[in-house]
Ligand binder design. Sequence first.
Ligand SMILES: Cc1ncc(COP(=O)(O)O)c(C=O)c1O
Length: 451
Amino acid sequence: MSEHFFPADEILLDSVIDWSYRRILGGEDPLTGARPASELAAELEGSISAEGIGGRAALKQWAETIVPATRAMGDPMNLAFVPAAPTAAALTFDLAVSSAQIMGGLWETGAGAIAAENQTLRWLADLAGFPADAGGVFVSGGTVGNLSALVAARHAASHSRDGRPQRWAIAASRAVHSSITNAARVMDVDVLWVDGDAEGRLSREALDAAFAAQPEQADGVIAVVANVGATNAGIVDRLDSVADFCDHAGVWLHIDGAYGLAAMASPKVRAGLAGLERADSFVVDPHKWLFAPYDCCALVYRDPAQSASAHSQHAGYLEQIDREVWNPSDHAIHLSRRVRGLPLWFSLATYGTDHYAAAIEKALTTTHEVIDGIRERDHLDLVMEPDLSVVLFRRLGWSEKQMTEWSDCAARDGVALIVPTRWHDELMFRMCFVNPRTRSERVLRVLDTMM
Ligand SMILES: Cc1ncc(COP(=O)(O)O)c(C=O)c1O
């Protein structure tokens, strides 16, 4: 081993790898989570000092203080927000990706890794039915993916339209994820709100009505955002109908599938997503339902020339970059980047795409077993048939306070994470299933403690 200015103590490396190995195999999932900041600060006091405390002491703080004060997103009883379920292959390979020190922004520095990421994006583009020259990039999450796609949409609109409207706008249903309103704020554009059907699903008719009612904003719409799995209730918009509207209006169609679009890997689900192939861009987060570690969002464009035109950075020190090759930095709001698509590539290569489809279908089966169980229990009330794997339900007769207390108690005891949400002005319970290791019997046993 060559000499290191910062010595690499082999025993310490072994300890870190040994800790990771045990954690990847799922030995010590902490589900219990956060502690008060003052307690954590006291326990970590002195860890940053002029001389350092040494790797061994730092690793002890990691194992005994830091990790136990987090929640394991991959625990099979973590059903809150959108959990995760990274595969052993993906987690292990994340260590290799860090160790290889690849700068994935430019082909020049990351060619091999970028080629593998592009294969993975191609798999997703094929599932969506995008053309052969579609392309994209892995970014940190759905928030950055949505923002980057919408910036590309505005760039395309500003180059293709005669005359500028007073204000640009994004059209979206009220079910859309908060990252879309955040993107509108960052871009300083308006949101043209569209009322969908009773559950909030977007359609051509809903868009027609909203555009007719708000003609000034409609004039400046740069993109319609459609959901495949809106976070709160998991709903899927009427994609074909929305695509008809966008074709007719000449507006960019962006699909936010950060959580739900993973399900297109299941042929059964893909069959119900007609119209997806007509979008201009989509995002899907492998760290949600494609069994990859944080942080990872796949952003794919129908026409990458548009994203390159919107996002390429130019500077004296970047003048020598070959612009004829695939530079991922050209397709989103970033320059340097980790090749964060590689854990997914390795996992897909290891297990195969059929296994992925089976794992996604397993989570859907669990969802249906749980909703059957909810229907059988008198104290529970299913709010709606899920489009994918988000389940909303009521505990009949409980106040908001009782719901919150039950949820806090289940979290504190490490039994399950089932966090209430507000939907249509009502607080109710919400569960999101992405983990093929989650067992419906175990979930129903926990729901029985609401009796
Ligand atoms: C539908 C949807 N879009 C966007 C996001 C934002 O993704 P991220 O948290 O990866 O930035 C989420 C996160 O849950 C989501 O569910």
